[in-house]
Design a protein around this ligand. Sequence first.
Ligand SMILES: *[C@@H]1O[C@H](CO)[C@@H](O)[C@H](O)[C@H]1NC(C)=O
Ligand SMILES: *[C@@H]1O[C@H](CO)[C@@H](O)[C@H](O)[C@H]1NC(C)=O
Length: 220
Amino acid sequence: MGFLSMIILCIIGMVFKDVIALPCLSNDSKTKFDATRKALTDLQTSINNRVTHLQTDMKNKMKKLDDQMGYLQTDMKNRIKKLDEGMGSLVSDFQKKQWRKYNGHCYYFGSEALTWFKSEQRCRQIGGHLAKIDDEAENKWIMDNKTVKNHLWMGLTDLKEGEYRWSYDQTLAKYKPWYSGWGSKGTGYNCGLMFQPTYTWLDYSCTSQYPYVCESHICY
Ligand SMILES: *[C@@H]1O[C@H](CO)[C@@H](O)[C@H](O)[C@H]1NC(C)=O
Ligand SMILES: *[C@@H]1O[C@H](CO)[C@@H](O)[C@H](O)[C@H]1NC(C)=O
């Protein structure tokens, strides 16, 4: 046997020795290992099943929610449509019946007695403003055609004492047919009231409640 063969044998011997020296699993520890492995595999399967179940469940729930949302949207649309139709006919009915035309503008006589501020608010809600009366003819037309037998609020105020402006555009009033002795009653009397049965006006307490006359530049 040559020297080289001796060395090769020696190396093989060393490697072989390492291999057989690997610790062998005893029957007992192998059983334990197998049991652990099986438990882990079972756990993995169970987790996978649970995840799949949750995903399916979630998908079904999302689909149901989608369906419900879709239904709600359709329902809402129909309701809004109905409401619009209702409002449309209500508004056009109201507008046709109640507004009276004079000189290209339209006038509405509110019969409910309200404060000056509420009256202005009501006029704005129906698409107008408290009437801005520019001349004697308009003043006369309102008084002669009003459907309410009472004094009427109109859009005149002097929130800055003595400076009468129209609520419609805040312009200074030029035409002001005050009833004798009125028009400068002081800081407690800031709102313009048409004084029936005369064709004159009073400066009156804004919190008093009277019917009112609205004006709109658009006739419906
Ligand atoms: C290991 O288990 C096998 C099969 O169950 C059996 O044949 C063998 O005798 C057991 N060996 C030892 C050392 O217990
Ligand atoms: C409306 O007012 C005008 C102008 O004052 C008058 O000629 C007319 O008769 C009035 N109309 C009604 C229905 O009272």
